[in-house]
Design a protein around this ligand. Structure first.
Ligand code: HEM
Length: 360
């Protein structure tokens, strides 16, 4: 059968799916069409994000993942970040509606709200936002405001292994952390000690600082060193996890750090891109949450939302609280300059190089 543009895209259904409620109440509010279309467009993009995310989840859900699959997963995630840029950008379109225009139909929307967006919750859960991480809302679970069918979909996503879980397992399986005869962690600890000693020497040698100023600087170095030791020491790391100050397991953290530090080695380059795109994705969602909160602030001030939350203040607090890959952001605390990195033994370097290099 010959395809026909309108049928293929089911435009009859899509283009007839905008029904302003203000029209049913007498006079159609001009801007309600924009309000509806904006939300629909977002939901379509959420669908595409979920399509990409599901594929990435199934890749990392496998027991064995080869480089090619990691490459495909990175390109899927990169596509998500491009969509996210559009999501942030198009908030300015809804901002062409003024708060007075919005008032023409706002009261007709309650109790419906973006808070009930099932796809948004599924994305959050599939990425790895934890139930205990979520802002309490109306003293009820976050999914209490959707239908039982929708609750099931959201709970199912909450209970399945998230991207965070799968990436953690993948990092834990990284074979590069301990080579025969070369323990990366031990070498790194020594390099870090040396690095801090250099910092202390620089402080002591600075004639422009008074003794008090030097003491302040030395305290700063001591603070950083203590921070490092929490990562080096498995037990201290466990304690951080228990206190909710770190989420990624010790082994996964070590692997992520190794990947960051030796990213220039060909074999680690793709894993490095993967870790980077995860941080990008989290950053774009954080940016969206913040931009949406600001847009809401200018649109409704400090009024409560149609969904019943405190509105702007609620949305502001989700900005930081709903991040997933915070530990990957925090890894930068533990980086030392390339010049201070422990050199990799020749055989390790060869293992991390391309096969072609190994033949040389
Ligand atoms: C005039 C424009 C908008 C206003 C005034 C607005 C307002 C709000 C408010 C006040 C909330 C908090 C829940 C509540 O009490 O209702 C909320 C949540 C939300 N909105 Fe909007 N919104 C607007 C546009 C959009 C658009 C275009 C989207 C795109 C899908 C969207 C998606 C969401 C989502 C996903 C949430 C849940 C956020 C969370 O709980 O973390 N909103 N919105």
């Amino acid at each position: 059968m010959k395809q026909y543009y309108s049928d293929y895209l089911q435009l009859d259904r899509i283009l007839n799916a905008q029904k302003p409620v203000s029209a049913e109440h007498g006079t159609e509010a001009h801007d309600e069409m924009l309000f509806i279309i904006m939300h629909q467009v977002y939901e379509l993009w959420f669908k595409q994000i979920l399509h990409e995310l599901s594929d990435v989840l199934s890749t990392f859900g496998r027991d064995r993942i080869d480089e090619k699959q990691v490459g495909i997963a990175v390109s899927r995630l990169l596509r998500i970040t491009e969509i996210q840029k559009v999501l942030v950008d198009q908030l300015s379109v809804i901002e062409t509606m003024t708060s007075l225009d919005f008032l023409e139909f706002r009261q007709l929307l309650a109790p419906a709200s973006g808070f009930q967006s099932v796809q948004f919750r599924v994305i959050e859960n599939k990425l790895g936002v934890l139930p205990e991480q979520r802002m309490r809302y109306d003293k009820q679970p976050y999914y209490a405001h959707v239908t039982p069918d929708h609750q099931e979909v959201i709970r199912e996503a909450e209970e399945s292994r998230s991207l965070f879980d799968l990436i953690e397992s993948w990092l834990e399986r990284t074979p590069y952390v301990e080579f025969e005869g070369f323990n990366f962690w031990e070498s790194y600890r020594q390099a870090v000690d040396q690095h801090f000693q250099v910092d202390r020497d620089i402080i002591h040698a600075n004639d422009r600082w008074s003794d008090e100023e030097k003491e302040v600087q030395l305290k700063e170095v001591a603070g950083n060193a203590a921070h490092f030791s929490a990562v080096f020491d498995k037990e201290k790391h466990e304690a951080l996890i228990e206190k909710g100050r770190w989420r990624l397991s010790h082994r996964a953290t070590v692997a992520a750090l190794l990947i960051h530090l030796y990213r220039d080695e060909p074999i680690l380059h793709l894993p490095y891109r993967l870790l980077t795109v995860l941080v990008d994705m989290d950053e774009w969602f954080t940016t969206w949450r913040y931009r949406h909160a600001l847009m809401v602030h200018r649109m409704i001030g400090t009024k409560v939302g149609t969904g019943g939350s405190v509105g702007y203040q609620y949305l502001r607090s989700t900005v930081e609280k709903h991040k997933v890959f915070t530990d990957l952001f925090n890894l930068s605390t533990f980086l030392i300059p390339r010049s201070a990195l422990p050199p990799l033994p020749d055989d390790v370097q060869q293992t991390l190089g391309f096969f072609g290099d190994r033949a040389k």
